[in-house]
Design a protein around this ligand. Structure first.
Ligand code: SAH
Ligand code: SF4
Length: 389
């Protein structure tokens, strides 16, 4: 039985071992219904919401605006969960990576990247990924399942706990931005991601605005419009190649949704304007996609789309079949793109010493033997067969 058949099928248990229900990840309506079921008044939901998502409470006993019997009733049946932290690694540059463990034992990673004027949390949407982009470490991971909404919000809450930011200040937050750029393809787990982001954006709680949230997709064309209409978050698209021939090979979802369809979906992304551009991510792979001709073709393809181009120097991982482009080549590429009028920052790799940079996330350890590499190739073949890509 292939790993893919597990994706989204085996949801983790919603209850703690003692049978109490974890309420992180419920939307307001679900929380209200649940409290009413417990015999409490509906308006309590709003109070509880404030304690959980604004104050960061993890214990009903601390909710001092609730009468003691109400707190007791809540604590009897409910919990306010957090992901378990299996590992907590800090890079020399301040980047921090957590390996989180869920109730069913599955693990995935979350990364915090502090910068001068902001702090960005790189959030995962799946354990592993069903896709197999050739340059991405997550793509080689066999085990895949969708994360529940509570597990996605839980990453933000755990990070807030760790950096001590409850309640969050209005300005100067250490966790001010969110990018759905961790493990997994967020648009293949849309319902849970959408539910989680609505909770994160809720003004009476974590309150991170849609303008500070970016969702990155490898190009799940049929879901892009909904994402723009329903969530209104910023979109980043993992382009990485300017011909179908190459993109078919390195971003295999291209075989399902080729460049022309992808770019059309970008052109019509709801809310797109010069003030709200799509970010096109382009990983710089030495001798593969980094020539001057590629840069010119990129500019031609994106004509008419309000766009930013984000050049990402390839981040290596053990056994990866590519090398990072030479710095001079990256500069030449960036110059050509800049000359065409695009802002094209080169993304500085962060947290490389702890394998926390883009595309390096993978929850099980990677051995380097030839046998392992062969096994990896087999996993990719199996995943692609299951996807019929
Ligand atoms: N699944 C989503 C989110 C992923 S990760 C997506 O593919 O868009 C964020 C970015 O890192 C993507 O653009 C991804 O293609 C890129 N990436 C993956 N592996 C990388 C690597 N080894 N080096 C640099 N960037 C990488
Ligand atoms: Fe999945 Fe994104 Fe990695 Fe591709 S780049 S394998 S879509 S996580």
């Amino acid at each position: 039985m292939g790993a893919l058949s597990h994706a989204g099928v085996f949801a983790p248990p919603a209850n703690d071992a003692d049978g109490r229900r974890d309420i992180v990840g419920l939307d307001r309506t679900e929380l209200t219904d649940l409290l009413v079921e417990l015999g409490l008044e509906a308006f309590r939901a709003r109070q509880v919401w404030h304690w959980i998502y604004h104050r960061g409470a993890t214990d009903f006993e601390t909710m001092t605006t609730l009468a003691r019997p109400v707190r007791q009733r809540l604590a009897e049946s409910l919990t306010i969960g957090r992901p378990g932290v299996s590992r907590d690694l800090q890079s020399e540059d301040g980047t921090r990576k957590w390996l989180l463990r869920m109730r069913d034992g599955q693990e995935f990673e979350t990364v915090h990247i502090p910068e001068e004027d902001r702090g960005t949390l790189c959030v995962s949407s799946q354990v592993g990924c069903t896709l197999t982009c050739r340059f991405c470490h997550t793509g080689t991971q066999r085990l895949v399942r969708n994360l529940e909404a509570g597990e996605i919000v839980g990453q933000v809450m755990m990070a807030r706990d760790a950096i001590g930011e409850w309640p969050a200040p209005k300005d100067g937050r250490l966790l001010s931005n969110i990018v759905m750029m961790g493990m997994g393809e967020p648009l293949y787990n849309y319902e849970n991601v959408a539910k989680a982001l609505r909770i994160v954006m809720d003004g009476e709680g974590i309150a991170i605005s849609k303008r500070r949230i970016t969702l990155s997709t490898s190009g799940v064309v049929p879901m892009m419009k909904r994402c723009g209409e329903e969530l209104g978050v910023n979109l980043a698209v993992s382009l990485h190649a300017v011909t179908d021939e190459l993109r078919d090979r390195i971003v295999p979802i291209n075989r399902k949704y080729p460049l022309a369809e992808l770019l059309e979906a970008c052109r019509t992304y709801p809310g797109l304007s010069n003030a709200r551009r799509i970010t096109f991510e382009y990983v710089m792979l030495k001798g593969v996609n980094d020539s001057a001709a590629d840069a010119r073709e990129l500019v031609r393809l994106l004509r008419g789309i309000p766009a930013k181009i984000n050049l990402i120097p390839f981040n290596p991982w053990p056994g990866a079949p590519f090398e990072r482009s030479d710095w001079k080549q990256i500069e030449r590429f960036a110059d050509l793109v800049n000359a065409a009028g695009y802002a094209s920052p080169v993304r500085t790799p962060r947290g490389e010493d702890i394998m926390a940079a883009c595309g390096q996330l993978k929850s099980d350890s990677m051995r380097l033997s030839a046998a392992e590499r062969a096994a990896m190739a087999a996993v990719i073949a199996e995943k692609e067969a299951a996807q019929a890509l």
